[in-house]
Design a protein around this ligand. Structure first.
Ligand SMILES: *Cc1c(COP(=O)(O)O)cnc(C)c1O
Length: 220
C-alpha cells in the first residue's frame, strides 16, 4: 500500500513539474514518518524511499539507531529546543527547522560532520509558529553561515492550515523569491495539503506524511 501511495505522490509531483516547466528530478520526496512504526518505515524503504523526516529528537535518534539501512537519510523537521539538539546531532543528515541562533550553535558544536540546514520562515507572521520573519532571514543567514559544520542550503516553511492548497501559493512564491535573492538552492515546502502547489512554486523538497502512510497513529 505504501508503495502505491508513494508512486501516486511521485506521479503528482512530476505532473506538477511538467506544469511548471521544471525538470522532474529537481524535487525530492521527504517521507514524514513521525509516529509511524519501524515496520511501516521499513516498508517505505523497501518501496524505494530513502529520505525520512522526524519531528521529535528522541524519536529520530531511536529510529535511526534501529534502521541502519544503506543510503537512508534522516531529516529533523520539527522545532528543536537547545537541549534536544544532542539527540539529532549525530543522526540527522539535514535539519529543516533552524529558527534560532542558539539551536544552530549547539548543532554546530555537537555535529560530527557537516549538516545541511534550512532556515525556517514564519511566512504568515503567526505568533504561535516557529520561524523567522522574511525580513529577519538575511541577518539570520549571515549568523548561521558563519558557524562550522552547518551548511545552509535553503529555506523551509509550514504555511497556516487552509482548506484549499491555493491559499499557500502566495507564501510559497515569496519563499522562492527570497531564496533566489539569497542564492539559496533549496526550498523545503509543501505537505499533504499543498505539495503540488509547492512544486509549482519551486519546492526542491516536499515533506509528505499522511498521503503516504495514511492517518498518523496517535502514539507509537
Ligand atoms: C507533520 C509534518 C509534515 C507532514 O504533514 P502531512 O500533512 O502528514 O503531510 C510536514 N512538515 C512538518 C514540519 C510536519 O510537522
Amino acid at each position: 500500500m505504501i508503495g502505491e501511495n508513494r508512486a501516486a505522490v511521485l506521479e503528482r509531483m512530476s505532473n506538477a513539474c511538467v506544469r511548471a516547466g521544471r525538470a522532474e528530478n529537481s524535487v525530492r520526496l521527504l517521507a514524514v514518518s513521525k509516529r509511524q512504526t519501524i515496520e511501516t518505515i521499513k516498508a517505505a524503504y523497501q518501496a524505494g524511499q530513502r529520505d525520512f523526516g522526524e519531528n521529535y529528537g528522541q524519536e529520530l535518534r531511536e529510529k535511526a539507531a534501529v534502521l541502519r539501512l544503506p543510503e537512508i537519510r534522516w531529516h529533523s523537521i520539527g522545532r528543536l529546543q537547545v537541549n534536544k539538539v544532542k539527540y539529532v546531532a549525530n543522526a540527522a543528515w539535514a535539519c529543516h527547522a533552524i529558527d534560532r541562533i542558539e539551536v544552530a550553535r549547539e548543532l554546530s558544536r555537537r555535529a560530527p560532520g557537516t549538516v545541511k540546514c534550512f532556515l525556517e520562515v514564519d511566512v504568515a507572521g503567526e505568533e504561535t509558529k516557529a520561524g523567522v520573519s522574511f525580513e529577519d532571514i538575511p541577518a539570520m543567514l549571515e549568523k548561521v553561515s558563519a558557524l562550522d559544520r552547518l551548511e545552509v542550503v535553503g529555506l523551509m516553511c509550514l504555511p497556516p492550515y487552509a482548506i484549499t492548497s491555493e491559499a499557500s501559493r502566495p507564501y510559497f512564491a515569496r519563499m522562492q523569491a527570497l531564496a533566489t535573492k539569497l542564492q539559496l538552492p533549496e526550498l523545503s515546502m509543501g505537505t499533504t495539503q499543498d505539495f503540488e502547489v509547492a512544486v509549482e512554486e519551486g519546492a526542491t523538497w516536499v515533506r509528505v506524511g499522511s498521503e503516504l502512510f495514511g492517518a498518523r497513529p496517535k502514539a507509537i
